[in-house]
Ligand binder design. Structure first.
Ligand code: SF4
Ligand code: SF4
Length: 112
């Protein structure tokens, strides 16, 4: 198994998770992060750190799509190990639904 970052991260991107991961397996996109399933050691440390509750174990139902998104974009987005500045409007998007359809960006971070 692995942990995966899910929809709640999109446009929130608080990045509290990256600081605690012992194997630095988070990767940064324009408006969300993903976990590399091949590198994650399933320690679970990141899960309670996420203010948006976006990180889930892939043993939960309905996460096949998110496992795919995490695996795919961990290959193309840059690694992130230090917390950056979250978007100024992150809190406005915390409980918004269907963020993948509305806002998902396949682009790497603009600063990269
Ligand atoms: S802490 Fe949660 S919302 Fe923030 S970047 Fe990590 S997974 Fe995304
Ligand atoms: S479960 Fe552990 S190894 Fe996997 S992403 Fe979270 S902190 Fe990193």
């Amino acid at each position: 198994m692995t942990y995966v970052v899910t929809e709640a991260c999109i446009k929130c991107k608080y990045m509290d998770c990256v600081e605690v991961c012992p194997v630095d397996c988070f990767y940064e996109g324009d408006n969300m992060l993903v976990i590399n399933p091949d590198e994650c050691i399933d320690c679970g440390v990141c899960e309670p750190e996420c203010p948006a509750e976006a990180i889930l174990p892939d043993t939960e139902d309905g996460l096949a799509k998110w496992l795919e998104v995490n695996a795919k974009y961990a290959e193309v987005w840059p690694n992130i190990t230090e917390k950056g500045e979250p978007p100024a409007d992150a809190d406005d998007f915390k409980d918004v639904e269907n963020k993948f359809e509305k806002f998902f960006s396949p682009e790497p971070p603009k600063s990269a």
